[in-house]
Ligand binder design. Structure first.
Ligand SMILES: [Zn+2]
Length: 464
């Protein structure tokens, strides 16, 4: 973060993310507030979308040295106001039709110069969103620009960007959370219920973190052998289709065939492949990490149950879920947990831990579920809840819309100060509220996370 600001240089050089675990809560709070002030000032100067949004709420370039809740709450932008705003700006859900307009939109959203003369390197239009994203990543390879998406159910993609630094920070954040709550080492065999190639933000970051743990490539498996491009994800949803003749083909031909493929080929195949790797690892007494959406893990579990005796995995094996529950799925999360517990056990007879991961494309961090079922927020992220009037609520235990400030892990593309689309119970984890797992940081209470409809302004929880 050394390049952040001359003024902030010392602050951001002083702290690495891992240092926050051991800080006293009061000292940590002070560092976080100072970080928020620095990050605000830095981006206010460089980021026109952010400046426009917060100055409309009466804020200037600098915050109080000790910003109060009222001031802080005005820094929070709804995730969609940032990452779905291209829809309004371009007037289309298909940026591939207007690469130049899309780049202009992007330039306004980020705090680093994108040198708009580089627009000349682009075609007038691209055949797909994936093709446009690849062209952008090629052109801006020097800053390590990566485009990530989260489709939601509407098919109107949240489009997120990360540069090299943001990717590094996110991988570090995920890596530390995996280490702390999963205790993962390089001696696991990892089975991901996803394609190796995906733009889905959380899936990609989980994959990078496992790479960082040091697993050799032959120990990492991807159960979905086909890449999932954003265009396919959109057509599969069927809610946003191209106009005209192409849209007709998408509706009549591609939408039903992609869904049939998914249902009759991809889903059963990925379940079968995952199970094959699990059995092989069980036989070799190797620890495994199985990671996928709750529905995907459920399918693997049901398949084990159907076969009879259950599967005994090497002690230390881990089951991880992410991406949240989908409305259409017929079983509840509790039922899934029960079935998974019936299907898998540890070879030494102890129950296997199943950890859920709460994350979203817009966040460079994830909250990991501990053995008590609570979701621990990394200590370098300042979380709050908002009431109906978007005011930050005081007190150690509050219920409301989750907002977060990530001054140290958020990177330099935009200030990572966001209002999410999730209602949660947030606990400070201090004093009597400390989680029984022993972790001292703040957490989202077990079973308390609910997606809420904020009239389309919500960002999308990451989908695997
Ligand atoms: Zn806990």
């Amino acid at each position: 973060m050394a390049s952040l600001t001359k003024k902030g240089l010392s602050l951001f050089q002083q702290y690495r993310l891992q240092d926050f675990w051991d800080m006293e809560p009061a000292a940590r709070q002070e560092v976080l507030l100072a970080g928020i002030g620095h990050v605000h000032a830095w981006h206010y100067e460089r980021n026109s979308a952010y400046r426009g949004s917060v100055s409309a709420r009466g804020l200037g370039a600098t915050l109080d040295a000790k910003p109060r809740a009222a001031e802080l709450s005005r820094l929070l932008r709804p995730t969609a106001a940032t990452f779905k705003s291209y829809l309004d700006v371009l007037g289309t859900a298909f940026p591939q039709d207007d690469p130049s307009g899309f780049l202009e939109w992007l330039e306004v959203q980020v705090s680093i110069p994108l040198e708009l003369e580089r627009r000349r390197a682009f075609e007038k239009r691209y055949g797909s969103l994936e093709a446009l994203f690849r062209a952008i990543e090629r052109e801006f390879a020097d800053v390590g620009l990566q485009i990530l998406t989260s489709s939601g159910t509407s098919g109107r993609a949240t489009i997120m960007v990360r540069d090299g630094l943001a990717t590094e920070l996110t991988v570090d954040a995920f890596y530390q959370a995996f280490q702390r709550f999963f205790g993962m080492k390089a001696d696991h065999v990892a089975v991901f219920m996803m394609p190796r190639r995906t733009r889905i933000a959380m899936a990609r970051m989980a994959r990078f973190s496992v790479d960082r743990i040091g697993l050799s490539p032959e120990r990492v498996h991807y159960a979905i052998p086909f890449p999932a491009y954003p265009d396919q994800v959109r057509i599969r949803g069927g809610r946003t289709l191209r106009p005209g003749i192409r849209g007709l083909a998408e509706r009549r031909l591609w939408h039903p065939s992609i869904n049939a493929m998914q249902r009759y080929l991809v889903d059963p195949l990925s379940t079968r492949k995952a199970l094959g790797w699990l059995r092989k690892a069980a036989k070799a007494k190797e620890k495994v990490l199985l990671f996928g959406s709750p529905a995907q893990l459920h399918q693997v579990a049901l398949s084990v149950i159907k076969d009879g005796s259950g599967l005994a995995l090497a002690p230390g094996s881990l089951l991880g879920t992410g991406g949240g529950m989908k409305d259409w799925y017929p079983s509840s999360f509790a039922e899934i947990r029960d079935d998974v517990a019936r299907a898998f056990r540890s070879a030494d007879g102890t129950p296997l831990a199943m950890h859920d991961v709460y994350g979203m494309a817009e966040a460079n961090w994830a909250a990991m579920q501990c053995r008590e079922g609570n979701y621990h927020v990394p200590p370098w992220v300042h979380c709050v809840t908002l009431d109906e009037d978007d005011r930050i609520q005081n007190g150690p235990l509050t219920t409301g819309i989750l907002g977060f400030f990530d001054p140290f892990g958020g990177g330099r593309l935009f200030p990572a100060f966001f209002k999410t689309g999730d209602r949660v119970i947030l606990s400070s984890g201090a004093g009597d509220l400390q989680c029984r797992c022993g972790e001292a940081c703040a957490y989202l209470a077990r079973d308390s996370i609910r997606r809420v409809d904020l009239f389309g302004e919500a960002g999308c929880a990451a989908q695997l």
